[in-house]
Design a protein around this ligand. Structure first.
Ligand code: ZN
Length: 72
């Protein structure tokens, strides 16, 4: 999706919207939040969301619970 091609319908009609206000940011603690970017295909309506800023992803690593894969 972030290459400009829809992952579902393969059309080049992907638009990016970043919510840059605090109300729509993902709160990971009382004082930290990360910005979410939505990639939206206007042909089929498919949406993916990403945390694009590596510094924001680092905040998640510091604050959130890591999901450990189960051993089979
Ligand atoms: Zn699509």
């Amino acid at each position: 999706m972030n290459e400009g091609i829809c992952a579902k319908c393969a059309q080049a009609t992907v638009y990016a919207v970043t919510a840059d206000d605090n109300e729509r940011a993902l709160a990971i603690s009382a004082f930290k939040a990360v910005l979410m970017t939505h990639f939206i295909c206007t042909s089929c309506g498919y949406v993916e969301q990403y945390v694009l800023d590596p510094a924001d992803r680092q905040k998640i690593e510091q604050k959130a619970r890591l999901i450990t894969p189960r051993q089979s």
